[in-house]
Design a protein around this ligand. Sequence first.
Ligand SMILES: [Zn+2]
Length: 451
Amino acid sequence: MTYFIQARITPNEGNESKKLVASAFAVCISNAKSEIGAISQARYHINQYDWVFGEITDGPILVDESDFAERDIGLELYRTAIRTGFSFHIIGVAIDGKERAPREIRIDGDIPMSQLLEVEKRARTQGECLHFDSGENCTNVIYAHSIQKKSTLSSICDDSNHVLMRYSDAARIRKNGGKIPFRRIGIKEASVFRGFCSYHDNQLFEPIDNSPFHPDPRLATLIAYRSICKEIIAKKYMIRVEEQFSELHEKNKATRNLFQSYALGGKIGLAMLEEHKIEFDDMLETENYQNIRCTMFSMSGAPFFACSTSFFPDYGFSGEVIQNRKDFSYCHGLIACNTVATNDGWALLFIWHATSDFACIPFINSMRSAFREKKYSISNYIAHFLFSSFENLAISPSWFNSLDGFQRDMLNDIMTENAGPFDPLDSSYLKNPKCGFIDLKISGITDFPTQ
Ligand SMILES: [Zn+2]
């Protein structure tokens, strides 16, 4: 959706305009999902250019191209926002009373993209062995697969061994008009992370890498363990990048503060993940799996996507709060979610440790209540949840190409739903799923081990 906002702005201390401007307005056009998202985005960009965002004098109102039909500057602003996600002009009234011409401002910031990409690249090559028994011998840290390569990725790739995955960094999304761009990626590189040495990766995960999955608490523990370790490495990577981006933007207070707040949020999430990992370390070390819980959705037919992730459930399927993700006074419950190959098809697994029962049982129950109401199909609920929530998700290129244009656009909209940094998460995002065109062919739901 495209919003128009006009607001009063004042120059920051140190902004050269301070001596010249009696008053000023910013005219902003924002691609956002909500009015709040549009205002946050406008405030962020205005602050970034050394202005204080003040009273909103017009909007946010929804606009389209026809609103700017006779207005050259407005039309150009509108088209820039459609292309890049956001645009604005500043109109200042000079001290002598004359209105100044709108000022052309670039929104890309002042750090070259190549320098930002270099920071990302350096951070990505760092890694460590997270095996519960890691030590001095863990020198050969490899790019380990978080989604099984042999049984899972190889079953959804095209003839040249490629799958589709999403780009998730803000710059690329902005360049693509606010939509998530897909990239083709070879299955050797897809979903890899530097979280285990070669010895421990082979030794620990052999039972889940080389045989189809069957309901077994040890196998479920291994699958969840790998996805938790993947999240830990991903969090550490993001924190490194955000801290370095913050340093690079030392002259730009708004951007610096934004990256610092991201890094701080990342550190809180990391501490919680590490706390959960200790429970899994303990189960694997003692080979006692009585605290593992798993809900398995069996699916018939050929798989057409694959995912591996861990997440802290926030809202249920009727919009109810499962756990308050802004309350950091306790460790939030964690649930792992993975697709696996089985003897007669494939399956989606939700796996957690008993210490997360307080959040995961209400989450699974909320899903089951939605199924019972039958407002939408089970497949629709599950597919919408997966595609709107997870980044580490690989899609079969031939399946994607079999969708029509409308369905592809819909899938992209769903995958973009929760990706914007300025829009608050909509609590009802699981309530009205839009994946009716996806049929997962769910043949059964099993809980194990039975309590
Ligand atoms: Zn190791």
